[in-house]
Design a protein around this ligand. Structure first.
Ligand SMILES: Cc1cc2nc3c(=O)[nH]c(=O)nc-3n(C[C@H](O)[C@H](O)[C@H](O)COP(=O)(O)O)c2cc1C
Ligand code: SF4
Length: 406
C-alpha cells in the first residue's frame, strides 16, 4: 500500500510551507469554505453525518450528530459557540500540535465551515500553554485570515460573520475534558461540570456549544470539497477516514503518521515505521495513552479502528501508540501512568482523590503488586467518581492484568 496517498489533515504539508497562506490557497485551500458558504447549512450537517466522521479527541462520537444536537438546542437562543479542543494532554499524543504547526489554515477553515453549519458567530481555540509553536502559528494564521476577509464580518463578501480567538490553557490534563475546558475558558478554575447537560445543550456561558478536537475540524474541508461518499470510502465499516497515529517506543522511525483507519498494528510498526530497532522484540503496545489500553502480540493483525478494537476490549482513544518491547519495565510503566492520574486528579471528589493516591502508592512496590486488588479499587473509583478522569485508570489496569500480569 502507498501510505503517502492518505492525507487529509496533513494534505500537501510535506510539499509546501502551509504556514504561508499563498501556498495553502495554491493547494485548494479555502475552496471548501467558498463552496460551503453557497450551501444550505443543514445540507452541510447532513453531509458530515453521511461521511461517518467521528471525533478524533478520543471518544469517537459522530461529528454530524453533535452538530445537529447543537443546532437543535438553540431554540431562539441568541448565541452558539464553536470551540476547538487543542489541549492535547494525553500522554504519548502529539498530533494536534503537528496539524497546528504544519497546516494551521485547515483548522480555521474547518472551524469556520462548522460554525456556518450550526449558526455560530464566535469561536475559540483552546491551546495548551506548553505548545508555544502551535500558539504562534495559529495566532499568525488567524491574523492573516482577518486580513483576507476569511474571518470577521461578512466573510468573503457574504452575509456570514465569524470571529475566532485563541485561549491559552495552563497545562492541566483535566482541562482537555470538554466541560472542564469550558469552565476554564469562562475564566474559572478547571473543575469539571456534571453531565448532562452536554456542551451541545449548555456549554460556554450556558449557550449551545459545538466542541471538537483539532483533527476532527481538519477533516471538514475534505468532506465538503470531495463529498461524503469519497470520505466514507476510506477506512472501515464504522471508522471512516484517516487518523493521525503517534508512534513512540523502540521502532526504527517513530513519529506522527496519517493513515486510513483500519490499518493493522503490524503494518503500522513493520511497514510504516520500518520495524523494531535492532535487538528489540515487539511485546505489545499501549494504545490511546494513559487513558488507553494495553494490548499484546495477539493484536498485531487487528485493524486499528473503533469497532474492531472495542470488540476486543481495547480502545483507539487519541491515536497514541506506545510500542512496548522486551526491555520495557511494564509494571514501572503502569506505576508511571497511575502517578500521572494522581497528579492530574483535581481533588474535587473523594473516590478519585484518594483512589488515585492509593493506586499509585500500591503500584510503587513493584515486586509485590496485587493487580486484582488494584482492579477492585479502580472499579470502585470508576463507579463513584464525578467525572471521566476517575473512570480512566481502570482501562490500563484491566488490560495490563489481562495481558501482562505474569
Ligand atoms: C480527562 C480527559 C481529558 C481529555 N483531553 C482531551 C484533549 O486534550 N483533547 C481533546 O480533543 N479531547 C480531550 N478529551 C475529550 C473531550 O472531552 C471531548 O470528548 C472532545 O474534545 C470532543 O471532540 P471530538 O468529538 O472532536 O473528539 C478529554 C477527555 C477527558 C475525560
Ligand atoms: S473524578 Fe477526579 S478529576 Fe474528576 S472531579 Fe473527581 S477528583 Fe476531580
Amino acid at each position: 500500500m502507498n501510505y503517502n496517498n492518505w492525507q487529509i489533515s496533513l494534505k500537501d504539508s510535506d510539499r509546501y510551507d502551509l504556514n504561508n497562506i499563498e501556498n495553502y490557497i495554491k493547494t485548494s485551500g479555502f475552496e471548501a469554505l467558498k463552496k460551503a458558504l453557497s450551501m444550505n447549512p443543514d445540507a452541510i450537517v447532513e453531509s458530515i453525518k453521511k461521511s461517518g466522521l467521528r471525533g478524533r479527541g478520543g471518544a469517537g462520537f459522530p461529528t454530524g450528530m453533535k452538530q445537529s444536537f447543537t443546532k437543535r438546542s438553540c431554540d431562539n437562543c441568541n448565541q452558539i459557540y464553536v470551540v476547538c479542543n487543542a489541549d492535547e494532554g494525553e500522554p504519548g499524543t502529539f498530533k494536534d500540535r503537528y496539524i497546528m504547526e504544519k497546516n494551521p489554515y485547515i483548522v480555521i477553515e474547518g472551524m469556520t465551515i462548522a460554525a456556518y453549519a450550526v449558526g455560530a458567530t464566535k469561536g475559540f481555540i483552546y491551546i495548551r500553554g506548553e505548545y508555544e509553536k502551535s500558539i504562534q502559528s495559529m495566532q499568525h494564521a488567524i491574523m492573516v485570515c482577518y486580513q483576507h476577509n476569511l474571518l470577521g464580518q461578512n466573510i468573503l463578501q457574504g452575509s456570514f460573520s465569524f470571529d475566532l480567538e485563541i485561549y491559552i490553557g495552563a497545562g492541566s490534563y483535566l482541562c482537555g475534558e470538554e466541560l472542564t475546558l469550558i469552565e476554564s475558558l469562562e475564566g474559572k478554575r478547571g473543575y469539571p461540570r456534571i453531565k448532562p447537560p452536554f456542551p451541545a445543550e449548555k456549554g460556554l456561558w450556558n449557550k449551545p456549544t459545538l466542541i471538537n478536537n483539532v483533527e476532527t475540524f481538519s477533516h471538514i474541508p475534505f468532506i465538503i470539497t470531495n463529498g461524503s461518499e469519497v470520505y466514507a470510502s476510506i477506512g472501515t465499516s464504522e471508522s471512516k477516514g484517516t487518523k493521525l497515529f503517534c508512534v513512540s517506543g523502540n521502532v526504527k522511525q517513530p513519529g506522527v503518521y496519517e493513515l486510513p483507519l483500519g490499518i493493522t498494528l503490524r503494518e503500522l510498526i513493520y511497514e510504516v515505521c520500518g520495524g523494531m530497532e535492532a535487538n528489540y522484540e515487539f511485546k505489545g503496545a499501549l494504545i490511546g495513552g494513559a487513558a488507553g489500553t494495553f494490548v499484546d502480540v495477539t493484536f498485531l493483525d487487528v485493524p486499528l479502528a473503533y469497532e474492531t478494537l472495542k470488540e476486543k476490549g481495547a480502545t483507539l482513544g487519541s491515536g497514541a501508540v506506545m510500542v512496548l518491547d522486551n526491555t520495557t519495565n511494564l509494571k514501572g510503566l503502569l506505576s508511571n501512568i497511575l502517578e500521572f492520574f494522581k497528579h492530574e486528579s483535581c481533588g474535587k471528589c473523594v473516590p478519585c482523590r484518594i483512589g488515585t493516591t492509593i493506586l499509585y502508592e500500591h503500584s510503587k512496590n513493584i515486586s509485590n503488586v496485587d493487580i486484582n486488588w488494584m482492579l477492585q479499587q479502580a472499579e470502585y473509583m470508576a463507579k463513584n467518581s464525578l467525572c471521566p478522569l476517575g473512570q480512566s485508570p481502570i482501562l490500563p489496569i484491566k488490560s495490563f492484568s489481562k495481558y501482562f500480569n505474569n
